[in-house]
Write a protein that binds this ligand. Structure first.
Ligand SMILES: [Fe+2]
Length: 266
């Protein structure tokens, strides 16, 4: 979590470009991919409107790690290490957090639609005011003493997961002048081995900041972008208690969810 917040705020003092310039660059790169007939389900590595991506995206082929060798010194976890209550972000600090109470649920699926069972799913997010608890996050919005913004769970037999949380607020970041991230929840998935980690972000439907956000727009295929957005599901909402959102994550294949590379977290 710390790396995410630091990188998002580092450039604040040296980013004079207005939103119009960033938007024009986004549209230009989208047109390039459209003309080339490219349907990218993943982010472009050197997506210049997302300024820091140009400097830090990988330029060399990935190094192969022996998965079994890595397991000799990497952290391990088992299903018993994760308490079911860790999926409830509204009960962590001895009081109710402020904000719109929501449940996010869905399934982790492979490219053939089969459930991925026993998967560690971790989330982190800003609070309702758009603030993370981290010393590098100096956005002048209140910290909620009753909200850490972090939770985790293990997928069930059907690949299902569910979190009870608070809808995060949008927040400013240093990419350009008046840059705001759409409300989002960061997701990390672990398979059964440490080398199988994947990271992505989930968004909320109808966010007016989508068109302006160079991270969301770094996926140039519109359908692949849509797959990063949860669906409001009234059947998942609970009477006088919470609103329900549904979001499936597909790990491989033509409908795969966009995943971030190492160091690409903002
Ligand atoms: Fe974030």
């Amino acid at each position: 979590m710390s790396e995410v917040v630091m990188e998002e705020h580092e450039g604040r003092q040296c980013a004079p470009e207005p939103q119009q310039q960033i938007t024009a660059e986004i549209e230009d790169l989208h047109r390039q991919d459209e003309r080339a007939g490219l349907h990218r389900t993943q982010s472009r590595l050197d997506f210049a409107p997302y300024r820091s991506s140009v400097l830090r995206h990988p330029t060399k082929a990935p190094a192969h790690a022996d998965p079994e060798g890595v397991e000799l010194f990497s952290p391990v976890f088992g299903t018993r290490d994760v308490d079911p209550l860790e999926a409830d972000l509204t009960i962590q600090r001895g009081g109710e957090p402020i904000g719109e109470r929501i449940r996010i649920s869905g399934r982790i699926l492979d490219g053939d639609g089969h459930p991925v069972r026993g998967q560690l799913v971790e989330i982190w997010q800003a609070n309702a005011a758009g603030r993370y608890i981290h010393k590098r996050d100096q956005h002048p919005a209140p910290i909620d003493p009753h909200f850490t913004g972090a939770g985790r769970t293990i997928t069930g037999e059907d690949g299902g997961y569910a979190f009870l949380t608070i809808k995060p607020g949008p927040y400013p970041w240093g990419n350009h002048r008046n840059a705001w991230r759409p409300a989002h929840v960061h997701f990390s998935l672990f398979g059964r081995e440490f080398t199988q980690r994947m990271i992505t972000q989930m968004y909320f439907p109808g966010d007016p900041l989508f068109a302006l956000d160079p991270i969301y727009q770094s996926v140039t295929d519109p359908q692949a972008r849509d797959r990063l957005v949860a669906t409001y599901h009234h059947d998942l909402s609970e009477h006088e208690y919470l609103l329900g959102y549904h979001w499936d994550i597909v790990l491989t294949g033509a409908h795969a969810t966009r995943m971030e590379l190492e160091g690409d977290h903002a």
